[in-house]
Design a protein around this ligand. Structure first.
Ligand code: NAD
Length: 371
């Protein structure tokens, strides 16, 4: 398949940039999916892809996902993503990230990068030496640091909205909640849920981590094989993707699925099946957008309080999705897509007529903040 055919198959992206610098071993692809709502923001993934086509397909898919996530979250951002081809354990250097930073800079704010799988805050620091168009830089550089507490807080808001929808109240006191995965997002979520008075069951593939968290927060520990099938009010997947699949879906004993993990559904049809089973599903990219909201605040000049406040919007965003799902009698995953597409269409058109605040506004704010 030709490159343009691949692009049109995976989302008809506006621009795809191939970045090549043999001196530092850089082979990277930046994909800008859609900038109707604002500059395209999305992290840089570093991965040892089997071949270049695999890298291209990954960056096209991920960048399209960012367009939907930003749009459904009410942010004035478009969708983009970058991949660097190489093993993050052996292939990293200051030169590689600075060269990549120069490519990001050449796009003049149309694409804004951040951390992702295989890249770290230190890598963002190297990119920042070459371009202001990077977020997730360290706090002492005026950045927002680790996004996971904000992601987890947004997930908490989405869980509360889901409880309201399903049980008529958003109080989590006494509700049984099972959390799969106790890493950056999961462990922060457990902390918030404890404050809400939830009765928790937890599991991680790391048994020591599971035991520690269970003891600290008074949760019941179970094995990672059992957690998905625990009888509970709410199951919160916070580990890997594709946990709702043909093998697991009929064995679920939860009334709601609402967690931080990306790509929770193995395929879209599993979202329809959840609807048939009467299990309420909080679409992943709507409920886990707190981290994106946090870096968005970084663009305006960072404030922890403002970022934390912003993550509360996940509550209304999730309720809006449930509303569309009921009115149109469609699965919540499809309703989320509709919400995003509708906003891109209406607000994107408005912005074309009256550009208003655009990436330029961020430039000014960055200058004000001496970034
Ligand atoms: P992480 O690597 O810190 O944590 C993942 C945890 O899941 C690890 O502790 C791992 O041992 C555990 N795990 C893996 N497989 C498991 C299994 N089968 N059963 C139980 N536990 C298992 O990652 P994270 O940053 O906490 O992200 C978790 C999920 O949330 C990912 O899907 C990520 O894409 C998504 N997400 C994260 C953020 C963020 O701000 N970090 C934002 C949006 C989405």
């Amino acid at each position: 398949m030709g490159t343009f055919e691949v692009i049109s198959k995976y989302g008809d992206h506006e621009q795809v940039v191939f970045c090549n610098d043999p001196n530092v071993g850089l082979k990277a692809i930046i994909a800008i999916h859609n900038t109707a709502l604002g500059p395209a923001l999305g992290g840089t993934r570093m991965w040892n892809y089997k071949n270049e086509e695999e890298a291209l397909i990954d960056v096209l898919r991920l960048s399209k996902g960012m367009t939907y996530k930003a749009a459904a979250s009410g942010l004035n951002l478009g969708g983009g993503k970058a991949v660097i081809i190489g093993d993050p354990k052996t292939h990293k250097s200051e030169g590689l990230f600075r060269a990549f930073g120069q490519f990001v800079n050449s796009l003049n704010g149309k694409y804004i990068t951040a951390e992702d799988v295989g890249t770290s805050v230190q890598d963002m620091e190297h990119i920042y030496m070459e371009t202001p168009w990077v977020t997730g830089i360290p706090k002492d550089f005026g950045g927002s640091g680790d996004p996971s507490p904000y992601t987890a807080h947004g997930v908490l808001m989405g869980i509360k909205a889901s409880a309201k929808e399903k049980f008529g109240s958003d109080s989590l006191t006494g509700l049984k909640i099972a959390i799969q995965g106790l890493g950056n997002v999961g462990s922060n979520l457990v902390r918030f849920l404890k404050e809400e008075g939830a009765i928790m069951t937890v599991a991680d593939i790391d048994p020591v981590r599971t035991a520690n968290i269970a003891e600290t927060y008074g949760a019941k520990a179970v094995s990672s094989d059992e957690i998905l099938f625990t009888e509970c009010d709410i199951l919160a997947p916070c580990a890997l993707g594709a946990v709702i699949n043909d093998q697991t879906i009929t064995k679920l004993r939860a009334k709601i699925i609402a967690g931080g993990a990306n790509n929770v559904l193995a395929e879209a049809r599993h979202g329809d099946q959840l609807k048939e089973l009467g299990i309420l599903y909080a679409p992943d990219y709507v409920i886990n957008a707190g981290g994106l909201m946090n870096v968005f605040v970084e663009l305006e000049g960072y404030s922890h309080d403002r970022a934390f406040e912003k993550t509360k919007r996940v509550y209304d965003n999730i309720l809006r999705v449930y509303d569309i799902s009921k009115k149109e009698n469609i699965g919540t995953h499809t309703a989320a897509d509709r919400l995003a597409e509708e906003r891109i269409k209406t607000i994107g058109r408005l912005k074309q007529r009256h550009p208003g605040k655009s990436s330029r506004a961020f430039t000014t704010l960055r200058e004000v903040n001496n970034r």
